[in-house]
Ligand binder design. Structure first.
Ligand code: ADP
Ligand code: MG
Length: 292
């Protein structure tokens, strides 16, 4: 690449808040064939809100929320924060959970007022040998409508389902369409469950969904996509995404994301706008053309 072309490309990017960290990043942008996008915080706003609290007979909604919030107060997960905010908003006074245990990619466990409380995804309850019973239908309905469905059990018995919605960013669908115009395949990669992910991917026009991926497995999924020598970009915001950003041919971080993601990435989108992903690829292609 000629130094002039690189300088022009980097300058053009900077003007639009697309920061290429080096010349290599700009050149690789021109060759991307697949863009993998994290769901939460990348395609969605990353501002989850509780929309539904459904309980089985035997426990009231405020009581379930109080027990679950006590456990989630000890967690640093964004979904946990949404549940705590909701409980606080209802004026429930939550005690602190004892013997808190974080289960990465699954949820959390703690003890509240002498009761064991398990909260997380369906897989966590399966792991604990707890049957969802009559709540399974409600869980499936929430997940099928694009909600993240959190399930909770008290003393080993399924007790409730909490529906959480995280709105898509305004420009996510337009970004996917613009990537298609560039001939690029778009993949969603998420730890969230299959039904929720597929629903949101469908709304955004995404080609392929890879869901229920454990935090440590995201990089391996990117490596699989690279197998036939395809050039893959990964777009992400979270600590979980850093290894996948490093594995990809091009790592792209959302500017509003975590420091680790920003440090690991080759490109940073200062405006946190998914539409800047196709912009980055177009600037790369323009730069390469000028070099020939
Ligand atoms: P992501 O942030 O991409 O959804 P994670 O690996 O952090 O991926 O979590 C995967 C899933 O595990 C979440 O979608 C949620 O269902 C469940 N989960 C993880 N941590 C918690 C928690 N503290 N409370 C409730 N559910 C959780
Ligand atoms: Mg994320």
């Amino acid at each position: 690449a000629t130094p002039t072309a690189i300088m022009v490309g980097t300058g053009l990017g900077a003007k639009r808040g697309v920061l290429f960290k080096n010349a290599m990043a700009l050149e690789t942008s021109a060759r991307i064939q697949v863009v993998v996008m994290d769901k939460t915080g990348t395609l969605t706003k990353g501002e989850p809100e509780v929309t539904d609290v459904i309980t089985d007979s035997g426990i009231s909604e405020p009581e379930l929320l109080r027990l679950v919030a006590a456990v989630e107060r000890e967690s640093e997960h964004p979904l946990a924060a949404a549940i705590v905010r909701h409980a606080d908003g209802q004026g429930l006074d939550t005690v602190r959970a004892q013997r808190f245990e974080n289960v990465p990619g699954h949820g959390a466990i703690g003890h509240v007022d002498g009761h064991q409380v398990v909260v997380g995804n369906r897989r966590l309850l399966e792991r604990e040998g707890i049957d969802l019973g009559a709540l399974a239908a409600q869980r499936d309905q929430l997940a099928g409508s694009g909600h993240t469905a959190i399930v909770a059990a008290v003393d080993g018995v399924a007790a409730g389902v909490i529906g959480i919605a995280d709105a898509a960013r305004e420009s996510s669908a337009a970004a996917v369409a613009a990537l298609h115009d560039l001939g690029v395949e778009v993949v969603m990669l998420t730890g969230d469950n299959q039904a929720t992910a597929e629903r949101i991917a469908g709304q955004l026009g995404i080609d392929t969904v890879i869901a229920e991926v454990l935090p440590g497995d995201k990089a391996a999924k990117v490596a699989e996509l690279q197998r036939d020598g395809r050039k893959v970009a990964m777009v992400g915001d979270g600590v979980n995404d850093a290894p996948a950003l490093a594995q990809a041919d091009l790592g792209i971080a959302i500017g509003a994301g975590t420091d680790v993601a920003i440090e690991t990435a080759d490109v940073v989108l200062m405006r946190s706008d998914p539409l800047d992903v196709p912009t980055a690829l177009r600037i790369g292609r323009g730069t390469l053309r000028k070099m020939r």
